[in-house]
Design a protein around this ligand. Structure first.
Ligand SMILES: [Zn+2]
Length: 181
């Protein structure tokens, strides 16, 4: 899945959660942490695997529950006295990314492509990643049904986010003003 697909999935899941639990939209800081979480697995794995060649796959360490679950628990302890919602937002973002990445393969019964969830206990998914680069990945974008689906999903998520008062914008503005002031 592409970055916008992960961002959209994470936002829609988290917005549903805050609606059910608190009957309100996500707040600003939680939305920003959520977005960070939705990109975190690829921010860890793609540069380390494709640019620095220190990981065996672009879906390994950052996509593994063996890293993500402890990371989320540490985040929960760190923010405990401030707002547990922040840790939940990060968890929804990062875990939804790792799970959504393997979902199509799991539904097809191709479990060799779901091993990123428990790397390094199992070898990484057998994708041919020889010579892949981050820029090359974006240049290889092709109009597939999956790409269309992800773009529609992103549009739906942006529409929901807009209707919910664009949470996160005020937080960014406050940080910028505080820094300039
Ligand atoms: Zn990924």
């Amino acid at each position: 899945m592409w970055p916008w697909g992960h961002a959209a999935t994470g936002y829609l899941l988290y917005a549903a959660y805050t609606r059910l639990r608190y009957d309100r939209p996500p707040d600003g800081p939680a939305t920003l942490l959520l977005l960070f979480g939705t990109q975190l697995p690829d921010l860890i794995d793609k540069p380390l695997a494709w640019t620095l060649l220190v990981l065996p796959s672009g879906r390994s360490l950052g996509h593994s529950l063996l890293l993500l679950v402890p990371l989320v628990l540490i985040a929960a302890v760190v923010v405990r006295n401030r707002d547990t919602e922040w840790a939940i937002a990060l968890a929804v973002g990062a875990l939804s990314h790792a799970i959504v990445d393997v979902l199509p393969a799991a539904l097809r019964g191709e479990f060799a492509y779901t091993t990123s969830l428990v790397w390094p206990l199992l070898p990484p998914p057998p994708y041919d990643e020889q010579g892949r680069t981050i820029i090359g990945q974006f240049l290889s974008l092709e109009p597939t049904p999956m790409l269309t689906f992800e773009l529609v999903l992103a549009l739906v998520a942006v529409a929901v986010w807009w209707r919910q008062g664009r949470p996160g914008i005020d937080t960014i503005r406050a940080v910028v003003v505080a820094r300039d002031g």
